[in-house]
Design a protein around this ligand. Sequence first.
Ligand code: ADP
Length: 620
Amino acid sequence: MAEEKLSFQAEVSKLLDIVVHSLYSHKEIFLRELISNASDACDRLRYAALTQPELLAGGGEFRITITPDKTARSLTIADNGIGMNRSDLVDNLGTIARSGTANFVNQLSGDAKQDVALIGQFGVGFYSAFMIASKVEVVTRKAGEEQGWRWVSDGRGDFTVGEEPAAERGAKITLYLRDGEDDYLDGQRLQRIVKTYSDHIALPVVLVEDGKEEKVNSASALWTRSKSELTAEQYTEFYHHVAHAFDDPWLTCHYKAEGAIEYTGLLFIPSQKPFDIFHPDRKQHVKLYVKRVFITDDCADLLPPYLRFVRGVVDSQDLPLNISHEMLQHNPLLAKIRSGLIKRILAELKKKAEGDAGDYPAFWDNFGAVLKEGLYEDFERRDEILELCRFRTTISDQPISLATYVGRMKEGQDAVYMITGDEPEALKKSPQLEGFVAKGIEVLLLTDPIDEFWPNAIGKYTDKPFRSVAQGAAELSSIKAAEGSEQPQGEAAAGDEVEALIAAFKAALADEVKDVRISERLTESAVCLVADEGDVSLHLERLLRQHQQAKTRAPRVLEVNPRHGLIRRLAAEAKRDGAGERLADAARLLLDQARIIEGEVLPDPTAFARRLSAVLERGV
Ligand code: ADP
């Protein structure tokens, strides 16, 4: 096949443009990225060779070489790993395949500063070579195949792919340096960079200079070394490598499980939220090794989705080396490792949550919404997870635990009160909260979509049921008000008048609401909408509608505040003759008003506007 010229996928071009024109203060990280890829390529071949030893023809000693060439002003990074064939080259180096990444790149603004911060979250991998190279050449042959290939690009929109008969197994990546980048030809400089960023790479990284070879890294799997000989920097660099991340780990947990089942875990929790944490695939991200051989980075059974923010490696002593992906499913040994890992991670989180480092809120902010999925999905551990949860409330902007909440419940209060919505600030203004706020009763402000699901699934915290303040009846009268808190002011309308008003409202709104009731929870607003006991919440219905999952609207209950001036006036009218039409108008206006407060779209905005104008006109 002759050499062919192909174009990069549009997203790659955009990424390359950003890489070349702005970017990192630390250009030297290109070397870490290329060494990291080379090491992954060797890991993959080592695993494939467990079942197909013939793939190792030509040598099973894996290594990575770095060769500067001062005459040609080029730097070559070569590995004898799995290599790439023509379609691998086109797919891997011409497009962005990683899930969500293409989408992500499309969101980049073109504003260098902002974009660099964002890109920092996922790295640019292979393409970082173009930071220092004006041309990159990849010569490669895939293990088990005869034909080799040459890929060349100047990073400006196209690349070429052609046959290369002399290619050896693996990949040889040559960077032709830009002007002013000659530093990267200096052996000592290269050694320092490898030591700094890639010392943990588990195979030898060898510098080849003037025909002499020198191994420059320690070349032992980092997690097999003892904690005491590792520094925080080494852990951080390893985290960057396994997680393809650029931030510092928020948590590093390195341990050896011994006993019935033996494995080593080196786990990290990022300090920044990965951009794809809510990707629908909900994949976990811990890599599985068996006796130091990489097995897979795609083992769904290793960790549950609600711990998908965890990064790192697990190395098992007990699983068989030649284990296939199929054998990993429902494997009892793996199930034991999984529960060991979950236990360990939850225990580490508990330590952080109860410790006094003060950094737990940062974790909660990033990953609380993910961890809460466990409340819904991991029945066995939900009490443990619940203890780790933190909530903003009507009283506290600092998220608090449920234990704290219960500790300050009011006399006579026997439920944990909550309200769900999109934004804490908007939620705080909800009319449904008025009576609770007036009595000084604390209410949890729940703003993650998952919050619509777990309280029902769990039912209670210790013996205290979860109750939505926007649902069912409010049992406020039995709860004693906090010392000094405001009590509802003003006279209520007379009982028989309110009853007549409610009857008139019911008649006018018969098709639109399930019921009209006197409210216990309102102190300032005239009306509000609540969901009846057992109905879906208004917020959930809105979420479902946004995702085209619900078309109909459940009829709601309209609550009326008998102490409100307007309601008192209307109630006084209710028993007079001929008030019917005006009360019906008022009922419809008040219902629409309650819908607006809920953030609902009015079913008939024109009718609302016409009615409002007519009533105003009469009043003026
Ligand atoms: P990432 O490594 O994050 O997936 P890269 O842009 O660095 O992204 O690399 C893209 C893909 O190209 C890799 O996933 C891998 O499949 C392939 N690749 C890169 N370098 C090599 C190499 N040295 N040997 C074999 N395949 C490689």
